[in-house]
Design a protein. Sequence first.
Length: 179
Amino acid sequence: MAVTEKDGGQPREHGAAIERAGEQGLLFGEDLAAHPENVGYRGPTACAAAGITYRQLDYWARTGLVEPSVRAAHGSGSQRLYSFRDILVLKVVKRLLDTGISLQQIRAAVDHLRDRGTGDLAGLTLMSDGVSVYECTSPTEVVDLLAGGLRGELGDQRASADGTGGQDELARRRAKRIG
């Protein structure tokens, strides 16, 4: 459920939404760019959407991995508000954890992206082979975020004359790290 600071942090009533639905629709009835910082989702809603526990959410916010962009907690009793983009980033972190990437490695990848000036993590294409985290910069090029931004190319899967048996660059790097 979305919450706005304008309404005191209280959930909007269903009746008010129905009244406003006569406009072009709630998505088009307001200029969303004019109010990006006052609409957000409370912690339990963000947790449910991202598939994480509240303990994870709290830890990630306190350590700066994924901080709420709508409203941070200010003392006891205040609630963080997360934007839709924040929830997407939470979901990306959760999926990377599910692939076997450690939280420390995820933090290093996120820090590398932030150092490079990539502020919108939700707009990136990230992938993992269970060993590293890669940013896809094109259909054939990836950046290894845990190897200091090392760039590589994805090859095709056909047999190759170089003796790699058609392995692409990621498969060769993974085999080298594991073996």
